[in-house]
Design a protein around this ligand. Structure first.
Ligand code: EPU
Length: 337
């Protein structure tokens, strides 16, 4: 068993925060994973996937288990659909590209989302009108408590906006080892209505887009406004878009005539946190080594060697200011560790 000690986690989190793991193990085999869970010497464990949805604010004293399970397979297929299983350690975007190379449709709007397949269901990743849950069939897990394998079907997962059972009562209790999707092989259902996609396809002069064209459009949009973690450390959207009552929205509209919103239910709407943060004056603000991205106010960035605690303090200042100005609490989307 190859357990390492005092390992820097800098290259294992997309924020690029340099904290240390007291103990660290990388896992590429499920049986080995089970053995590691049975180790008595390390009662506290931290499961690490692509490290794309976390802000590390301190050295980690637990055993950090890096899930590096690889492999993609077609479980079954007919003329219309393919059931495809990807192991948890596959990079999400590379998996999306694999699907597109096979002409399997469904995941194209979620091109270029950072992170790994195994962490995608936890926050039900989504972009441009499509969420993981729309294509999800099931995921296989290993219970941290019982060391048994358990399958979660879609209904078991309780998916919501950036939410699932793995953020609720199953939080911290399971390791997702693989995810299975149902993807189309023909008559692909295209989601091109999202404003930015429609205009990007026009720029690309594409009238009848293929699933590959949609992926190209999404990649172009994301590259134009979201920083690539390889160049500037970040964790995508730092905050969730808040849901408020229509009554509160009407009140806010009196002071802020151009406040955008999307309908959620009969009496609630979702307000883009990016707009709130930009209106509060934080967009593009830089404090030394860290700040708020210049093209997308929802994204906090590490320009190099920032401390996780600095970024956490900035996020708290933003939350406090938004609360004071709009009486809205914006919840962090990333996990603070
Ligand atoms: N906006 C601003 N200023 C900004 C950013 C946004 O005013 O700096 C306003 C604009 O009105 C814009 C609206 O917010 O029209 C919506 O912006 P955008 O389409 O970029 O979407 P978002 O709400 O900021 C969400 C997801 C993204 C996802 C996009 C596209 C959340 C928390 N974020 O962002 O997901 O890519 O929609 O579907 O729901 C992620 O989770 O890491 C992520 C990047």
């Amino acid at each position: 068993m190859h357990i390492e000690h005092n390992i820097s986690l800098k290259s294992f989190n997309t924020f690029g925060i340099d904290v240390k793991a007291k103990h660290f193990v990388s896992i590429s085999n499920i049986e080995y994973l089970k053995k590691v869970l049975l180790l008595k010497d390390y009662p506290d464990k931290l499961i690490l996937g692509g490290g794309s949805n976390m802000l590390l604010t301190k050295n980690q004293d637990s055993l950090v288990i890096h899930i590096n399970l690889k492999g993609i397979s077609i479980i079954s297929e007919d003329e219309d659909f393919a059931i495809v299983k990807a192991n948890a350690g596959e990079n999400w975007h590379e998996f999306v590209l694999w699907c597109l190379n096979n002409n399997f449709g469904g995941l194209e709007n979620m091109s270029l989302i950072p992170g790994n397949v195994g962490t995608a269901p936890i926050q039900n990743i989504g972009a441009y009108g499509v969420e993981l849950k729309d294509l999800f069939v099931s995921c296989e897990t290993l219970s941290l408590e019982y060391k048994t394998f358990e399958t979660f079907n879609k209904a078991d997962c309780n998916f919501g906006y950036r939410n699932s059972i793995f953020k609720q009562k199953a939080k911290g209790k399971y390791i997702i080892t693989s995810v299975t999707f149902k993807l189309s092989k023909r008559n692909h259902k295209l989601f091109t209505k999202y404003g930015a996609i429609t205009s990007q396809l026009e720029v690309m002069r594409i009238k009848h887009p293929s699933i590959q064209n949609i992926s190209q459009a999404v990649i172009a949009i994301r590259e134009s406004k979201l920083p690539n973690p390889k160049d500037i450390g970040n964790s995508g959207s730092f905050f969730k878009n808040p849901v408020i009552s229509k009554a509160q929205y009407s009140l806010l509209e009196k002071s802020f005539q151009n406040i955008p919103c999307y309908p959620v239910s009969d009496d609630t709407v979702k307000v883009p946190a990016g707009w709130l943060i930009e209106t509060a004056g934080f967009k593009g603000k830089r404090l030394g080594n860290y700040g708020v991205h210049k093209n997308q106010a929802l994204v906090l960035v590490n320009y190099g060697n920032a401390k996780g605690s600095d970024i956490l303090n900035l996020s708290k200042l933003i939350q406090k200011t938004i609360k004071r100005l709009f009486n809205i609490f914006i919840e962090a989307e990333v996990n603070i560790l």
